[in-house]
Design a protein around this ligand. Structure first.
Ligand SMILES: *[C@@H]1O[C@H](CO)[C@@H](O)[C@H](O)[C@H]1NC(C)=O
Length: 284
């Protein structure tokens, strides 16, 4: 993990914005381990035609939020993220990762139907889903009768956990105590097969946001897995992979983000599960 502190930035950070001013200053900046690089858009140079109201009142978002697109997008967007229903390996407490041998249980199918009902008043331009069975099955149930085809994105696949996949958590803990402990306690430094799976996941999440946010439409549904949902949520909030376990999302849980035209996120809801315990239907 990096250390936090005040550092003097002698070189300006790479400029993600086409809108950026060219002022190059050498200013003491607070730079934190997980914060992404800040930009230098000055408030008086902001284009007035852009509706920034969605991110709630500040005007210099170059320091308050992080853009996931680094370019203007066609319109503000709402993205509703949903975790798949209970799977066979969830119920056996097995590590799933990117493997595709786990499928929805009967309970999981019921949960997916509840999600479908809960979301029936909401119009979505598009549904993006992971192609891995447990998420795909959930998406197929929720998206039934909707007009547009489901869009499967490889960047929505679950984290690769290599030889831990398929193992019960208790067994993995005993057989690979070192790797398992790092996976649980220091996810950013979890190293397996020469890769850092959580760091790889952060890259996938960033690519995924960009692909989704640059797609036409204003309202999207995303059906996927817990770890990639954590990565999508954290990257939208500007948190690094060391914060992997600061967020949790239950089966059938829903998170909602709003984006302004600069691709900056504001979190509206996290792990909403009222519909899993009641017949709650979210307003359109
Ligand atoms: C997510 O929601 C479930 C169900 O309401 C709850 O049990 C769980 O604790 C929640 N997760 C977090 C991190 O709050």
């Amino acid at each position: 993990m990096g250390t936090c502190g005040i550092v003097l930035l002698t070189k300006p950070s790479p400029k993600p914005w086409p809108l950026r001013t060219s002022s190059r200053r050498t200013l003491p900046r607070i730079r934190c381990c997980s914060a992404s690089s800040t930009s230098e858009l000055s408030p008086d140079k902001l284009p007035t035609s852009i509706d920034l109201s969605v991110t709630g009142g500040a005007y210099d978002f170059s320091k308050a939020t992080t853009s996931l697109t680094n370019e203007l997008i066609s319109s503000p967007k709402k993205v509703t993220l949903l975790r798949h229903g209970l799977s066979t390996w969830n119920s056996e407490s097995r590590i799933q990762g990117s493997s595709d041998l786990s499928v929805l249980t009967e309970v999981g199918e019921e949960q997916a139907k509840r999600c479908k009902k809960a979301l029936e008043n909401i119009y979505f331009d598009q549904c993006f889903a992971s192609p891995i069975s447990r998420a795909k099955q959930t998406a197929e149930i929720i998206w039934q009768w909707r007009e547009n085809p489901l869009v499967y994105l490889d960047s929505l696949k679950e984290i690769s956990l290599y030889h831990l996949e398929g193992m019960k958590n208790v067994d993995a803990m005993q057989i690979y105590p070192k790797e398992y402990t790092i996976w649980r306690e220091d996810p950013a430094n979890f190293l397996m097969n020469g890769r850092y799976p959580v760091r790889d996941l952060w890259k996938a999440a960033k690519d995924c946001w960009k692909e989704m946010l640059l797609s036409p439409g204003e309202s999207f549904l995303v059906v996927t897995h817990k770890s990639i949902l954590r990565a999508l949520t954290c990257t939208a909030l500007g948190l690094g992979p060391e914060r992997f376990r600061s967020i949790d999302i239950n089966n059938g849980g829903i998170c909602v983000f709003n984006f302004n035209v600069r691709g900056e996120a504001m979190l509206e809801a996290l792990n909403m599960t009222a519909h899993m315990y009641s017949d709650h239907v979210y307003p359109g």
